[in-house]
Ligand binder design. Structure first.
Ligand code: SF4
Ligand code: SF4
Length: 452
């Protein structure tokens, strides 16, 4: 969104969505400004840095010049009479009311070939039934007249355990979208064990172009946390599959998710060296880090976790070290963009559909009754319970005074985790990057300089 007015006579004020930090790491003290509404990232050396820092504190600049004009173009300065709160309110209203986009997170099976130590799923439900498959296609048929985009995210259980369902439903949805001029995109969260080169070629052919695959550190830690049902390790097979995928000519992105415990953290230097050698400097591969939590599974009491402060410090260090091993800084950059820290559960046009047709909003709290928002019928009716939908999609920011004063709001909108908000009785839950932003900005500045 560009709110800039660059006429020399205009009067400006600092945007309320500026995040400001200093970079002392490169030997030259630079002022860093990131604007969450425009995604502009401004780096200023001296003497301009001190002047602009003062200007951002004191309010309206006294005289227009080239620097003022440039900052106004970036949205760091905005016209004095611009009401940025109204602007962000209308951005949220537009997002919540749009009808031309639809996201379906589909569980072709809720069974899994893994038994990860921290997993919260109960594997009671099996493969998606014929009625549900037909309901999904009928749902998109009903929506087609007003749709511009359809995004299908395959989830589970392990989705590749039900490749036949993916094959059949993808083919029907792609045909429907192509016939109606709807842009189709698709992704998959998979443990990667069944993603052999033949399967990968097939799923890429089904336009599944984004994959999230988990590796929890080196073989020694991963093979303790992410095991097959029979207890066998899975690291070597997943790495072999990723190595084969690297050779594919298809256009794809792989996000490697690393869930870390204190033990995984200790092994991170060796793991990043290993990964950097194989997948570093290939922009199709990125790495994201998440602390392991007690997510509601049967082994919760036995899991060693990091406390919040050390988890945040470790995550920051790992992300920086991954950039040094040749991986892009996409995790931070994506989280800072408009709507980048907003959960799909807050999007009224995003539905999770279980293998038995139950409709959810959140993929984590599958047993929470408030997350059971509907039941898909075979003729494509979602049969939504609007009272339960409202729990997830009522924007946190429009009723929360903290969010209204927050410079991170265009990225988060109070919707970083509606489940946490629900569990805290309506109190907001900020994404970790917000409290870390002063430390994150210099790291991005240094690494971006090196990667350029
Ligand atoms: S939840 Fe936190 S980070 Fe998000 S908009 Fe509200 S105050 Fe800002
Ligand atoms: S609501 Fe929270 S727990 Fe559920 S999917 Fe969103 S971020 Fe994850």
């Amino acid at each position: 969104m560009n709110n800039s007015v660059t006429t020399p006579t205009a009067r400006y004020k600092p945007s309320r969505f500026n995040l400001v930090s200093w970079d002392d790491k490169t030997g030259q003290r630079r002022l860093l400004i990131y604007n969450t509404m425009t995604s502009a990232f401004v780096r200023l050396a001296q003497p301009a840095a001190d002047r602009v820092s003062l200007l951002l504190k004191s309010g309206t600049p006294a005289a227009a010049d080239a620097i003022i004009g440039a900052l106004a173009t970036q949205g760091v300065l905005v016209p004095e009479d611009l009401d940025e709160l109204l602007l962000v309110d209308s951005m949220e209203r537009y997002y919540k009311q749009r009808r031309d986009a639809l996201q379906l997170i589909l569980m072709p099976t809720e069974k899994c070939n893994f038994r990860c130590v921290y997993c919260y799923e109960d594997f009671v439900k099996g493969k998606m039934s014929d009625e549900v498959r037909s309901g999904i296609v009928r749902l998109v048929e009903r929506e087609a007249p007003h749709l511009k985009t359809l995004n299908v995210a395959w989830f589970g259980g392990e989705p590749l355990s039900a490749l036949g369902v993916i094959r059949e439903v993808s083919a029907e949805l792609i045909a429907l979208c192509d016939a109606n001029g709807i842009e189709y995109s698709s992704s998959m969260t998979t443990n990667g064990f069944l993603l052999s080169s033949g399967v990968a070629e097939e799923t890429l052919g089904l336009r599944i172009s984004r994959y999230q695959i988990t590796l929890d550190g080196t073989a020694s830690s991963h093979d303790q946390l992410r095991v097959l049902r029979n207890g066998r390790g899975t690291f070597d097979t997943i790495v072999a599959n990723l190595t084969a995928l690297r050779e594919s000519r298809h256009d794809f992105k792989v996000r490697i998710r690393v869930n870390f415990t204190p033990q995984v953290a200790q092994e991170m230097p060796g793991f990043l060296a290993f990964m950097g050698e194989r997948f570093g400097n290939d922009p199709r591969f990125s790495i994201w880090f998440h602390p392991v939590g007690r997510w509601g599974g049967p082994h919760d009491e036995d899991i060693e976790t990091c406390d919040q402060q050390s988890a945040e410090e470790l995550e920051r260090g790992f992300t920086g070290a991954a950039a040094d091993s040749g991986f892009p800084l996409t995790s931070w950059e994506q989280l800072m963009r408009p709507f980048g820290s907003t959960c799909y559960a807050a999007d009224p046009r995003s539905y999770v559909i279980g293998s038995d047709g139950m409709v959810y909003k959140c993929t984590v709290a599958l047993r929470e009754p408030k997350n059971h928002v509907g039941q898909l019928s075979s003729d494509g009716d979602l049969r939504l319970r609007e009272d339960r939908m409202a729990v997830w999609v009522s924007s946190g920011a429009q009723v929360d005074t903290g969010c209204q004063a927050c410079a991170f709001r265009p990225a988060c909108h109070g919707d970083a985790c509606p489940l946490a908000r629900l569990q805290r009785g309506g109190e907001r839950s900020c994404p970790p990057i917000k409290s870390n932003i002063k430390k994150v900005l210099p790291l991005i500045a240094v690494r971006a300089g090196r990667q350029r």
